[in-house]
Ligand binder design. Sequence first.
Ligand SMILES: Nc1nc2c(c(=O)[nH]1)N[C@H]1C(S)=C(S)[C@@H](COP(=O)(O)OP(=O)(O)OC[C@H]3O[C@@H](n4cnc5c(=O)[nH]c(N)nc54)[C@H](O)[C@@H]3O)O[C@H]1N2
Ligand SMILES: Nc1nc2c(c(=O)[nH]1)N[C@H]1C(S)=C(S)[C@@H](COP(=O)(O)OP(=O)(O)OC[C@H]3O[C@@H](n4cnc5c(=O)[nH]c(N)nc54)[C@H](O)[C@@H]3O)O[C@H]1N2
Ligand code: SF4
Ligand SMILES: [Mo]
Length: 888
Amino acid sequence: MNAEAKPQRSATAPTVTRTTCAYCGVGCGVLVSRDADGTIAVKGDPDHPANYGRLCSKGTALAETLGMDDRLLTPQIHGQPADWDTALTTVAQAFQNTIRTHGPNSVAFYVSGQLLTEDYYVANKLMKGFIGSANIDTNSRLCMASSVAGHRRAFGTDTVPGQYEDLESADLIVLTGSNLAWCHPVLFQRIVAAKAENPNMKVVVIDPRRTASCDLADLHLPIASGGDAALFNGLLAQIDRRNAADPNFLKHVNGADAAIAAAHESDLGLTGLSDDQLNAFYDMWIGTQKVVTVYSQGINQSSSGADKVNAILNCHLVTGRIGTPGCGPFSVTGQPNAMGGREVGGLANMLACHLDIENPDHRDAVQASWDAPAMPDAPGLKAVDMFRAVADGTIKAIWIIHTNPVVTMPEADKVRDALANCDFVAVTDITAQTDTAKLADVVLPAAAWGEKSGTVTNSDRTISRQRAMLPTPGQCRADWKILADVASKMGWGQQFGWTCEAEIFAEYARLSGVAGALGSDFDISDLSDLTPEGYDGLAPFVWPRNARKSGGRFFGDGKFHTPDGKARMLPITPRAPESRKSPKYPYRLNTGRVRDQWHTMTRTAKAPRLNQHLAEPYLEIHPQDAKDLGIKPAQLVQITSPHGRVILRALLADTVQRGDVFAPMHWTGQTASLARVDTLVAANPDPVSGQPESKASTVALAPFQPAWFGYAVCADTQMPAPDCTYWTRLRSANGWRMELAGEDMPNDWEAYARALFGLPDAQIAKVTDTARGTSRIAFHHDGRLLAALFVGPQPVAISRGHISSRVGQDQPVRVLAGRAGADQPDPGATVCACLNVGVNQIRSAIETGAALSVAALGTALGAGTSCGSCRPELAILLKKFAKEEVSA
Ligand SMILES: Nc1nc2c(c(=O)[nH]1)N[C@H]1C(S)=C(S)[C@@H](COP(=O)(O)OP(=O)(O)OC[C@H]3O[C@@H](n4cnc5c(=O)[nH]c(N)nc54)[C@H](O)[C@@H]3O)O[C@H]1N2
Ligand SMILES: Nc1nc2c(c(=O)[nH]1)N[C@H]1C(S)=C(S)[C@@H](COP(=O)(O)OP(=O)(O)OC[C@H]3O[C@@H](n4cnc5c(=O)[nH]c(N)nc54)[C@H](O)[C@@H]3O)O[C@H]1N2
Ligand code: SF4
Ligand SMILES: [Mo]
């Protein structure tokens, strides 16, 4: 396995560090070893209870993302390097002056579920206890807020009842609004392994799209967008009709009658499913005792997200299928510390340790514990409203930490314009090259994963340590330290005077004891006296951890955190998505993730092999819709909504339903000219949770007909943005690869190419076909290829992987053939990112009969044998290329 890389760091003694993956909420443990020469290798921690040694493609490639090339190493004020003292004073004074003139609610923090718990704790303490405003919200508003609201309405607290083992001991797993195979790959692999062991286990996937997760599904329900509340209400009504409720458990539940009555009233037409499909699902769910319903963004990111969550919880409560082995609703968290942020009070409507900002006893307790001068008594602005307040000038100073809202907030162009016009914007990031950091007055350089220490909580409440194993480069500082430094400059040095993360954690643990005494579930007060040494060695543990309870599940005993101790079932009236299709905007835009990229790509896109899986932003569209619109495969499509415009490559596939399209959320202004899909997304928040509907905007589609298309590769240089309407660029193993398209035909391709690559004097080789209108240009030096451009009036059909692999190699002229010679087979687009196996290699192994099963492909090529997240794709390729029927 090629999990090694050599970041540009100086050498020290060899080390092995036990830490946690930087990415998703599975929270895998990793072992990072560092050789004397600085080479870093990452492997799964066999002892971590989240992954027992497994890793996915992103975790496996962590070492390749640690390079220094685009790191921000000093503070910047208006783009110029500054020293820390000046930068911190600038931020502190901007906030103080604004607060003095306009009051504490004229400032805001927008933070992230990727902050460590200690960072988060400090940010929350500063804003809520000392600035005295609740205007701190987090990107978890875009991610988990509907689950939080649903949990609190049903259970009284935001508690995930179950444990990962439940996924292995269940007999039925329902994945709704979750593409677990790509987004929580290690959990998916745990289910794959459990299903192989337990032939009775069934998996149902509920998703408008046929995703990679469907590979494991016994039943896929291609639900209509937004139809989940109707579907689970339909289930609840069936449970009632079939007398399948659990009368014993219902003694612990209020509201069952009203919820059931509402369920009987529901319009099942909203599901878009046939009676047969509905009944198949009801039979499986009602007929199986051990059911886990896993849900994620297809549920949460909805204008009725909280109701969807409660419709699911209702079914588990009415049958008592909660908090016992193999049973329960399971909201899987996205970011590595989305859960920790919820615990520590990162949301504008919460206090630390699951305490409630609107409860005066809770407020007083936190204020006393913090020795805080001021506490807000009402929730602050939630993300969408926060950026609206920036736009209308109510918020005049904002500090954005560890998130990139110009790319990921709905109506993203409005967010961009609001920040551009805001009086004061500070951003803390690891790079200044983000769409958000580019708009900041002050950019503060953060220490990155591998350089900072703290704790994170994963989806099943396991708290794990992240440990530094690399020296902090330049002047970078840990996020908590930057926050504490600003607090000191504002005059609160004493309350923010920690010397290390361990002290913050112990303070937090003590506060959780106060919370526990007030009835909060989040109580880890056993760790109140944790020493720095104890913190160093802290092994992963499941909260709570106090004198009354340590780890384990919640609610199997029927005890909930409501005033009367009972759970609440809610009457739910299902609603369709807020944006309605119209003749002007007749398509529904669904958005989400791809397997090998993380959000706005500032880290994953540094690893060339992660860039090869899906190398260009795309629009998944049904072939019939494409035909009706005159869109051919690989053509460009212009997508417009009332809020913006993007241009994406068409990917024709019947994996999406007619009338729906899907686009990945990852591309930014740095990686593409017009591919920020959130510029299209309407900011329609759920009225209960404030979470915006990121998956159901309405859009118009039209073919985009440029005068020319191009493909370009070049060696590793700082590239200015290409001069054409459509471009996308990503790193390859030895430089950049770019897709281009322009509306104006340059009259001199050589001059265009020289300007594009910044190579005014390089040697050139050219092939021009005037009849076809194509040009192929290669620049070289000393017999090595520096850059190449292929252009023509149609999408360029050449072997992209092969051409990009030739950069820096000899025989530059041969690249103009556009395809690999017999002596250099082209591996094709990467399918297995861990072992670097391409589609052409797989195809040839299948077509020649060398490997006719997923397991055989593993033996022959290694594909799918590491993280396993490409196995669904291998199965699809087997079906596609095998000459005879094969079983995957
Ligand atoms: N590779 C990768 N993994 C990641 C991330 C990443 O960026 N890249 N990000 C992490 C984060 S922060 C998060 S929050 C998670 C997200 O993890 P997921 O929620 O699994 O990911 P998404 O792709 O956003 O959306 C899941 C599915 O919801 C479906 N969907 C859309 N509308 C509906 C609907 O109305 N009903 C139903 N039932 N389904 C619907 C979509 O088609 C999509 O397949 O992933 C985490 N893991
Ligand atoms: N259309 C659409 N939009 C979506 C979604 C969707 O499914 N569809 N999903 C939503 C969800 S669930 C989420 S979670 C969000 C995610 O959206 P964001 O949080 O905006 O995306 P990231 O790319 O994770 O941004 C993290 C930033 O932190 C920086 N960074 C990395 N390490 C550090 C560090 O140690 N310290 C600091 N200070 N900075 C660091 C990175 O360089 C990057 O700029 O997107 C949301 N937006
Ligand atoms: S599943 Fe992958 S991305 Fe998520 S924590 Fe594990 S290794 Fe990291
Ligand atoms: Mo997320």
